[in-house]
Ligand binder design. Structure first.
Ligand code: SF4
Length: 263
């Protein structure tokens, strides 16, 4: 059996905001790109061949509502309906959902949920966004990231992205407690499956060359499904190259900053 708690599909590296401390480093991409609808559907089909169960099938950017093809992707996910519990969309509420997206999400009833990161004045469509969700009975939660009492106390600064020079055993001890590990928050973009967002985004930024078995190339025909499953089963057993470059492993003790300060 192969299960995970979270599987985040990344439709786009583009975003409507330029947050100084963006946890996914999207402001660092000189030419941020999208996954095509065909690539996402292909990846999702392969993932559900490999996995028996995914708790939350998530869509995370960038800002996912910039991508105009998502309704087709959400519709397609229904093919795998018995293998995931919830369809989760993350948004900064700067773009309103399209009619086709609303129609698709309504078909999931209570099993679709929109997670709104509310950045105050920057989440300029927040009120209208929520009104649309409520009138269509689409579940949502709002994470408050403005003024006082910000969600989780605000953001950490993970923008240095350099090898901190810590020993392998130190990184292993710290990374075992990383929130991304505890959530089993895998991320997939254009055929590559990583154990976490930082492994994916830092690798895409080419900050380092990932080690063998740091990610799974879903399209690699030289590896059997069982070989790919074995790599995935190891994802949280030991840290990856990215963990040496990442401050998330110290998340419990790092200072918090106001979210979404713009560059
Ligand atoms: S410490 Fe490692 S597992 Fe945690 S977010 Fe960073 S790269 Fe991912």
């Amino acid at each position: 059996m192969l299960n995970t708690k979270r599987m985040s599909i990344v439709p786009t590296m583009r975003c409507t905001l330029r947050c100084k401390l963006c946890s996914n480093h999207v402001t660092e991409f000189k030419k941020p790109i999208d996954a095509t609808v065909e690539e996402m559907i292909r990846d999702i089909d392969i993932l559900f061949e490999l996995f028996d169960k995914i708790e939350w099938l998530q869509f995370v950017g960038g800002e996912i509502f910039l991508h105009k093809g998502m309704a087709e992707v959400y519709d397609h996910c229904k093919v795998h309906r018995g293998k995931f519990s919830k369809l989760i969309l993350e948004s900064n509420a700067t773009i309103l959902p399209r009619e086709a997206e609303i129609t698709s999400l309504r078909k999931y009833g209570q099993d679709a949920k929109v997670m709104i990161s509310d950045y105050g004045m920057f989440s300029s469509k927040s009120d209208e966004f929520i009104r649309i969700l409520e009138s269509n009975e689409i579940p949502y939660v709002v994470k408050k990231y403005h003024d006082d009492d910000q969600h989780y106390g605000g953001w950490i600064d993970n923008t240095s992205c350099r090898d901190y020079g810590e020993s392998d055993s130190m990184v292993a001890t710290k990374a075992a407690r990383c929130p991304q590990v505890l959530l089993e928050n895998m991320h997939c973009f254009r055929g590559k499956l990583h154990r976490c967002s930082n492994s994916l985004f830092m690798s895409e930024l080419k900050l380092f060359v990932p080690n063998d078995r740091d990610y799974v190339d879903l399209l690699d025909k030289s590896q059997s499904d069982n070989m790919k499953r074995d790599i995935i089963k190891d994802f949280y057993i030991y840290p990856r190259k990215s963990c040496h470059f990442c401050s998330w492993k110290d998340a419990d003790s790092l200072p918090r900053y106001p979210a979404a300060e713009q560059i």
